[in-house]
Design a protein around this ligand. Sequence first.
Ligand SMILES: [Zn+2]
Length: 121
Amino acid sequence: MYCQNCGQSNPAENTQCVACGVTLAIAAPPPAPPAASLPHVENNLVWAILATLCCCVPTGIVAIVYAARVDNKRASGDLQGAIEDANNAKLWSWVSFGLGLVFSLIYIALSVTGAIADGSY
Ligand SMILES: [Zn+2]
């Protein structure tokens, strides 16, 4: 490192300048990144809520629970956990959409065949 006082080049392990004896500033270790600088993690909460409202409530709630944890985990520096929860939220949202679609198709099929319309069950 170079002495801030005289510009002398010193070995990195030196704490004092070999030329003028001034105490050399130790390079500070890089600070831990604050949460704000972590990459954005999409929490998929919108999809989870839509899936719950439109499709399948039980699996949609699972998606909401995962989505709600994403921001907290990211804020606490647990980026990996936040990403995993976001992926789980997305997964359960799709499961909800899928189940909602299946139930809709079953309902339509029953309507078409008259099983619902004629009230026979
Ligand atoms: Zn010096």
